[in-house]
Design a protein around this ligand. Structure first.
Ligand code: PRT
Ligand code: ZN
Length: 300
Protein backbone atom coordinates (compact mmCIF):
# COMPACT_ATOMS: atom_id res chain seq x y z
CA UNK A 1 0.00 0.00 0.00
CA UNK A 2 2.77 2.35 0.94
CA UNK A 3 4.19 2.42 -2.60
CA UNK A 4 0.81 3.06 -4.30
CA UNK A 5 0.03 5.89 -1.87
CA UNK A 6 3.30 7.57 -2.66
CA UNK A 7 2.62 7.68 -6.41
CA UNK A 8 1.35 10.91 -7.93
CA UNK A 9 -1.74 10.71 -10.13
CA UNK A 10 -2.41 13.20 -12.89
CA UNK A 11 -5.73 13.37 -14.76
CA UNK A 12 -5.44 14.22 -18.45
CA UNK A 13 -7.87 14.13 -21.36
CA UNK A 14 -8.26 10.67 -22.87
CA UNK A 15 -8.86 11.61 -26.46
CA UNK A 16 -9.33 15.15 -27.64
CA UNK A 17 -7.65 18.43 -28.34
CA UNK A 18 -5.59 18.50 -25.13
CA UNK A 19 -4.38 14.88 -25.13
CA UNK A 20 -1.29 15.13 -27.31
CA UNK A 21 -0.09 18.40 -25.75
CA UNK A 22 -0.60 17.06 -22.22
CA UNK A 23 1.40 13.87 -22.91
CA UNK A 24 4.11 15.89 -24.63
CA UNK A 25 4.37 18.17 -21.59
CA UNK A 26 4.82 15.18 -19.25
CA UNK A 27 7.44 13.71 -21.59
CA UNK A 28 9.31 17.01 -21.65
CA UNK A 29 9.37 16.84 -17.85
CA UNK A 30 11.36 13.64 -18.26
CA UNK A 31 8.53 11.13 -17.72
CA UNK A 32 8.90 7.78 -19.43
CA UNK A 33 5.72 5.70 -19.25
CA UNK A 34 4.00 2.55 -20.40
CA UNK A 35 0.27 2.32 -21.06
CA UNK A 36 -1.96 -0.20 -19.28
CA UNK A 37 -3.72 -2.81 -21.42
CA UNK A 38 -6.99 -0.88 -21.28
CA UNK A 39 -5.04 2.26 -22.23
CA UNK A 40 -6.75 4.23 -19.44
CA UNK A 41 -3.70 4.51 -17.20
CA UNK A 42 -0.13 5.46 -18.00
CA UNK A 43 2.44 4.11 -15.55
CA UNK A 44 5.54 6.21 -14.97
CA UNK A 45 8.65 4.06 -15.29
CA UNK A 46 11.31 6.47 -14.09
CA UNK A 47 9.28 8.67 -11.69
CA UNK A 48 6.55 7.88 -9.13
CA UNK A 49 4.04 9.54 -11.46
CA UNK A 50 1.06 7.86 -13.17
CA UNK A 51 -1.67 9.43 -15.29
CA UNK A 52 -5.35 8.65 -15.75
CA UNK A 53 -6.90 9.19 -19.17
CA UNK A 54 -10.45 10.47 -18.75
CA UNK A 55 -13.06 12.78 -20.31
CA UNK A 56 -12.04 16.40 -19.80
CA UNK A 57 -15.31 17.19 -18.00
CA UNK A 58 -14.42 14.64 -15.29
CA UNK A 59 -10.99 16.12 -14.54
CA UNK A 60 -12.04 18.95 -12.14
CA UNK A 61 -14.12 16.51 -10.07
CA UNK A 62 -11.33 13.91 -9.87
CA UNK A 63 -8.91 16.58 -8.64
CA UNK A 64 -11.44 18.13 -6.28
CA UNK A 65 -12.13 14.77 -4.70
CA UNK A 66 -8.40 14.09 -4.41
CA UNK A 67 -8.63 10.95 -6.60
CA UNK A 68 -5.93 12.70 -8.63
CA UNK A 69 -3.32 15.07 -7.22
CA UNK A 70 -3.01 17.09 -10.42
CA UNK A 71 -4.99 17.62 -13.62
CA UNK A 72 -4.64 19.32 -16.99
CA UNK A 73 -7.88 20.79 -18.35
CA UNK A 74 -9.23 23.83 -20.21
CA UNK A 75 -9.93 27.00 -18.23
CA UNK A 76 -13.40 26.94 -19.86
CA UNK A 77 -14.20 23.59 -18.20
CA UNK A 78 -12.67 24.75 -14.91
CA UNK A 79 -14.73 27.93 -14.81
CA UNK A 80 -17.94 26.04 -15.67
CA UNK A 81 -17.28 23.49 -12.90
CA UNK A 82 -16.18 26.17 -10.42
CA UNK A 83 -19.53 27.96 -10.82
CA UNK A 84 -21.40 24.66 -10.58
CA UNK A 85 -19.53 23.68 -7.39
CA UNK A 86 -20.02 27.17 -5.97
CA UNK A 87 -23.78 26.91 -6.49
CA UNK A 88 -23.63 23.68 -4.47
CA UNK A 89 -21.85 25.57 -1.67
CA UNK A 90 -18.37 24.18 -2.42
CA UNK A 91 -15.89 26.99 -2.76
CA UNK A 92 -12.25 26.65 -3.91
CA UNK A 93 -12.68 23.10 -5.25
CA UNK A 94 -9.15 23.00 -6.73
CA UNK A 95 -5.99 25.10 -6.82
CA UNK A 96 -5.03 26.69 -10.12
CA UNK A 97 -1.27 26.21 -10.45
CA UNK A 98 -0.63 27.76 -13.84
CA UNK A 99 -2.07 28.35 -17.27
CA UNK A 100 -0.36 26.40 -20.04
CA UNK A 101 0.60 27.41 -23.56
CA UNK A 102 -1.82 25.21 -25.51
CA UNK A 103 -5.58 24.73 -26.00
CA UNK A 104 -6.16 28.43 -26.67
CA UNK A 105 -9.73 29.39 -27.58
CA UNK A 106 -12.45 31.94 -26.85
CA UNK A 107 -15.90 31.34 -25.40
CA UNK A 108 -18.04 33.72 -27.43
CA UNK A 109 -21.61 34.46 -28.40
CA UNK A 110 -22.50 34.01 -32.08
CA UNK A 111 -25.51 35.20 -34.04
CA UNK A 112 -27.04 34.12 -37.37
CA UNK A 113 -25.55 36.26 -40.15
CA UNK A 114 -27.77 39.18 -41.16
CA UNK A 115 -30.38 38.23 -38.53
CA UNK A 116 -32.28 40.37 -36.05
CA UNK A 117 -29.64 39.88 -33.35
CA UNK A 118 -26.48 41.85 -33.90
CA UNK A 119 -25.28 42.38 -30.34
CA UNK A 120 -26.08 41.59 -26.71
CA UNK A 121 -28.47 44.55 -26.70
CA UNK A 122 -30.82 42.46 -28.86
CA UNK A 123 -30.94 39.25 -26.83
CA UNK A 124 -33.50 40.00 -24.12
CA UNK A 125 -36.06 37.16 -24.10
CA UNK A 126 -34.10 35.11 -26.69
CA UNK A 127 -32.82 31.53 -26.36
CA UNK A 128 -29.06 30.83 -26.18
CA UNK A 129 -27.77 27.33 -26.98
CA UNK A 130 -24.57 26.42 -25.11
CA UNK A 131 -22.57 23.66 -23.43
CA UNK A 132 -21.55 26.21 -20.75
CA UNK A 133 -24.84 27.03 -18.98
CA UNK A 134 -23.23 28.14 -15.69
CA UNK A 135 -20.80 30.58 -17.32
CA UNK A 136 -23.50 32.00 -19.59
CA UNK A 137 -26.06 32.40 -16.79
CA UNK A 138 -23.46 34.05 -14.58
CA UNK A 139 -22.54 36.46 -17.39
CA UNK A 140 -26.18 37.32 -18.15
CA UNK A 141 -26.88 37.94 -14.49
CA UNK A 142 -23.92 40.31 -14.16
CA UNK A 143 -25.04 42.14 -17.34
CA UNK A 144 -28.65 42.20 -16.21
CA UNK A 145 -29.82 40.51 -19.40
CA UNK A 146 -32.92 38.33 -19.40
CA UNK A 147 -32.40 35.49 -21.84
CA UNK A 148 -33.11 31.77 -21.72
CA UNK A 149 -30.21 29.29 -21.65
CA UNK A 150 -30.74 26.03 -23.54
CA UNK A 151 -28.17 23.39 -22.67
CA UNK A 152 -26.59 21.45 -25.58
CA UNK A 153 -23.94 18.81 -25.05
CA UNK A 154 -22.46 19.11 -28.54
CA UNK A 155 -23.02 20.53 -32.04
CA UNK A 156 -24.18 23.80 -30.50
CA UNK A 157 -23.64 25.62 -33.79
CA UNK A 158 -26.60 23.89 -35.47
CA UNK A 159 -29.11 24.96 -32.79
CA UNK A 160 -30.31 28.12 -34.60
CA UNK A 161 -30.90 26.14 -37.81
CA UNK A 162 -32.85 23.52 -35.87
CA UNK A 163 -35.01 26.30 -34.43
CA UNK A 164 -33.88 25.41 -30.90
CA UNK A 165 -32.29 28.80 -30.14
CA UNK A 166 -31.87 32.27 -31.62
CA UNK A 167 -28.15 32.48 -30.79
CA UNK A 168 -25.33 30.36 -29.41
CA UNK A 169 -22.41 30.63 -27.02
CA UNK A 170 -19.52 28.28 -27.85
CA UNK A 171 -15.78 27.88 -28.09
CA UNK A 172 -14.09 29.41 -31.11
CA UNK A 173 -10.53 28.97 -32.28
CA UNK A 174 -10.14 29.48 -36.04
CA UNK A 175 -13.74 30.65 -36.56
CA UNK A 176 -14.32 28.23 -39.46
CA UNK A 177 -17.11 26.31 -37.67
CA UNK A 178 -19.04 29.57 -37.17
CA UNK A 179 -18.48 30.60 -40.78
CA UNK A 180 -19.62 27.18 -42.07
CA UNK A 181 -22.86 27.59 -40.10
CA UNK A 182 -23.37 31.20 -41.19
CA UNK A 183 -22.87 32.59 -37.69
CA UNK A 184 -21.13 35.84 -36.76
CA UNK A 185 -18.90 35.94 -33.69
CA UNK A 186 -20.10 38.33 -30.99
CA UNK A 187 -18.96 39.28 -27.50
CA UNK A 188 -16.37 37.06 -25.75
CA UNK A 189 -17.09 35.83 -22.20
CA UNK A 190 -13.84 34.02 -21.55
CA UNK A 191 -10.35 33.65 -23.02
CA UNK A 192 -9.22 30.13 -22.36
CA UNK A 193 -6.19 27.86 -22.54
CA UNK A 194 -5.28 24.60 -20.87
CA UNK A 195 -4.33 24.87 -17.20
CA UNK A 196 -2.67 22.81 -14.49
CA UNK A 197 -4.70 22.27 -11.31
CA UNK A 198 -3.92 20.69 -7.97
CA UNK A 199 -6.14 19.05 -5.36
CA UNK A 200 -7.34 21.39 -2.56
CA UNK A 201 -6.30 18.69 -0.09
CA UNK A 202 -2.81 19.01 1.35
CA UNK A 203 -0.35 16.76 -0.49
CA UNK A 204 1.03 14.12 1.93
CA UNK A 205 4.71 14.28 2.79
CA UNK A 206 5.33 11.00 0.93
CA UNK A 207 4.40 12.69 -2.35
CA UNK A 208 5.25 16.33 -1.84
CA UNK A 209 8.88 16.14 -2.96
CA UNK A 210 7.93 14.69 -6.35
CA UNK A 211 4.89 16.96 -6.74
CA UNK A 212 7.14 19.98 -6.18
CA UNK A 213 9.73 18.64 -8.59
CA UNK A 214 7.11 18.02 -11.23
CA UNK A 215 5.55 21.48 -10.82
CA UNK A 216 9.00 23.05 -11.11
CA UNK A 217 9.75 21.04 -14.25
CA UNK A 218 6.39 21.97 -15.83
CA UNK A 219 7.06 25.61 -15.10
CA UNK A 220 10.56 25.17 -16.59
CA UNK A 221 9.18 23.57 -19.76
CA UNK A 222 6.73 26.45 -20.20
CA UNK A 223 9.46 29.05 -19.79
CA UNK A 224 11.86 27.29 -22.11
CA UNK A 225 9.38 27.24 -24.98
CA UNK A 226 9.58 31.02 -25.22
CA UNK A 227 13.14 31.46 -24.04
CA UNK A 228 16.15 32.08 -26.24
CA UNK A 229 19.84 32.42 -25.52
CA UNK A 230 21.22 35.48 -27.31
CA UNK A 231 24.88 36.11 -28.01
CA UNK A 232 26.36 39.19 -29.65
CA UNK A 233 29.35 41.50 -29.82
CA UNK A 234 28.81 45.11 -28.80
CA UNK A 235 30.73 48.31 -28.07
CA UNK A 236 31.04 48.69 -24.28
CA UNK A 237 29.42 52.14 -24.55
CA UNK A 238 26.25 50.62 -26.11
CA UNK A 239 25.60 48.23 -23.20
CA UNK A 240 22.90 50.29 -21.43
CA UNK A 241 20.95 50.75 -24.67
CA UNK A 242 21.31 47.07 -25.59
CA UNK A 243 20.18 45.86 -22.14
CA UNK A 244 17.07 47.99 -22.40
CA UNK A 245 16.15 46.42 -25.74
CA UNK A 246 16.33 42.79 -24.59
CA UNK A 247 12.86 41.33 -23.92
CA UNK A 248 12.37 39.66 -20.52
CA UNK A 249 16.11 39.39 -19.91
CA UNK A 250 18.00 39.13 -16.67
CA UNK A 251 21.32 40.98 -16.26
CA UNK A 252 23.56 39.98 -19.21
CA UNK A 253 26.93 38.26 -18.90
CA UNK A 254 29.59 40.56 -20.35
CA UNK A 255 32.83 38.93 -21.48
CA UNK A 256 36.05 40.51 -22.78
CA UNK A 257 37.06 39.91 -26.39
CA UNK A 258 40.67 38.98 -27.02
CA UNK A 259 42.62 41.92 -28.50
CA UNK A 260 39.64 44.24 -28.45
CA UNK A 261 39.38 46.85 -25.70
CA UNK A 262 36.26 48.73 -26.71
CA UNK A 263 34.15 45.69 -27.68
CA UNK A 264 32.70 42.94 -25.49
CA UNK A 265 30.71 39.74 -25.94
CA UNK A 266 27.20 39.84 -24.41
CA UNK A 267 25.33 36.64 -23.50
CA UNK A 268 21.81 36.71 -22.15
CA UNK A 269 18.73 34.52 -21.67
CA UNK A 270 15.52 36.18 -22.87
CA UNK A 271 12.31 34.73 -21.43
CA UNK A 272 10.07 36.17 -24.13
CA UNK A 273 9.87 35.69 -27.87
CA UNK A 274 12.70 37.43 -29.69
CA UNK A 275 11.36 39.06 -32.84
CA UNK A 276 13.33 40.10 -35.94
CA UNK A 277 12.50 43.71 -35.07
CA UNK A 278 14.37 43.37 -31.76
CA UNK A 279 17.45 41.98 -33.54
CA UNK A 280 17.35 44.85 -36.03
CA UNK A 281 17.13 47.37 -33.17
CA UNK A 282 20.06 45.69 -31.41
CA UNK A 283 22.09 45.95 -34.59
CA UNK A 284 21.19 49.61 -34.92
CA UNK A 285 22.35 50.12 -31.33
CA UNK A 286 25.79 48.82 -32.33
CA UNK A 287 25.56 45.04 -31.79
CA UNK A 288 27.12 42.66 -34.33
CA UNK A 289 27.54 38.88 -34.80
CA UNK A 290 24.09 38.31 -33.31
CA UNK A 291 23.20 34.71 -32.58
CA UNK A 292 19.88 33.45 -31.15
CA UNK A 293 19.76 29.83 -29.99
CA UNK A 294 16.93 27.81 -28.41
CA UNK A 295 17.13 26.81 -24.76
CA UNK A 296 16.49 23.14 -24.04
CA UNK A 297 16.14 22.99 -20.26
CA UNK A 298 15.92 25.62 -17.54
CA UNK A 299 15.86 25.39 -13.76
CA UNK A 300 15.38 28.66 -11.95
O1 PRT B 1 -14.47 13.68 -24.88
P1 PRT B 1 -14.16 14.88 -24.06
O2 PRT B 1 -15.32 15.37 -23.23
O3 PRT B 1 -12.89 14.71 -23.25
O4 PRT B 1 -13.78 16.03 -25.12
P2 PRT B 1 -14.57 17.34 -25.58
O5 PRT B 1 -15.21 17.03 -26.89
O6 PRT B 1 -15.38 17.94 -24.49
O7 PRT B 1 -13.35 18.35 -25.76
P3 PRT B 1 -12.40 18.71 -27.02
O8 PRT B 1 -11.36 17.68 -27.18
O9 PRT B 1 -13.18 19.14 -28.21
O10 PRT B 1 -11.73 20.04 -26.41
C1 PRT B 1 -10.98 19.98 -25.23
C2 PRT B 1 -10.59 21.39 -24.85
O11 PRT B 1 -9.84 21.99 -25.92
C3 PRT B 1 -11.73 22.36 -24.63
O12 PRT B 1 -12.33 22.23 -23.36
C4 PRT B 1 -11.01 23.70 -24.77
O13 PRT B 1 -10.36 24.03 -23.56
C5 PRT B 1 -9.95 23.40 -25.84
N1 PRT B 1 -10.29 23.93 -27.19
C6 PRT B 1 -9.49 24.76 -27.90
C7 PRT B 1 -11.38 23.69 -27.92
C8 PRT B 1 -11.26 24.42 -29.10
N2 PRT B 1 -10.07 25.06 -29.06
C9 PRT B 1 -12.30 24.35 -30.11
N3 PRT B 1 -12.18 25.00 -31.14
N4 PRT B 1 -12.48 22.92 -27.70
C10 PRT B 1 -13.43 22.84 -28.64
N5 PRT B 1 -13.39 23.52 -29.82
C11 PRT B 1 -14.53 23.29 -30.75
C12 PRT B 1 -15.70 24.25 -30.55
O14 PRT B 1 -16.57 23.76 -29.54
C13 PRT B 1 -16.35 24.25 -31.94
O15 PRT B 1 -17.16 23.12 -32.12
O16 PRT B 1 -14.13 23.47 -32.09
C14 PRT B 1 -15.15 24.12 -32.84
C15 PRT B 1 -14.69 25.50 -33.24
O17 PRT B 1 -13.41 25.47 -33.78
P4 PRT B 1 -13.02 26.46 -34.94
O18 PRT B 1 -11.56 26.24 -35.15
O19 PRT B 1 -13.83 26.09 -36.15
O20 PRT B 1 -13.30 27.87 -34.47
ZN1 ZN C 1 -15.77 17.30 -22.67
Amino acid sequence: METTDARIKIAIQKSGRLTEHSLELLQQCGLKYSRGRDQLIGFGENMPVDFLLVRDDDIPGLVREDVCDLGIVGMNVLEEKRLEFRAAGQDAPFRLIQELDFGHCLLSFAYPENGAIQSLDDIDGQRIATSYPWIVKDFLKRRNVNAEVVEFSGAVEIAPNLGRAELICDLVSTGSTLAANKLTQGETLLESSAALIQTPVEIPASKSEWVNRLLQRISGVQQVRESKYIMMHAPRSALPKISALLPGAEAPTVLPLEGCDDKVAVHVVCRETVFWETLEQLKEAGASSLLVVPVEKMLA
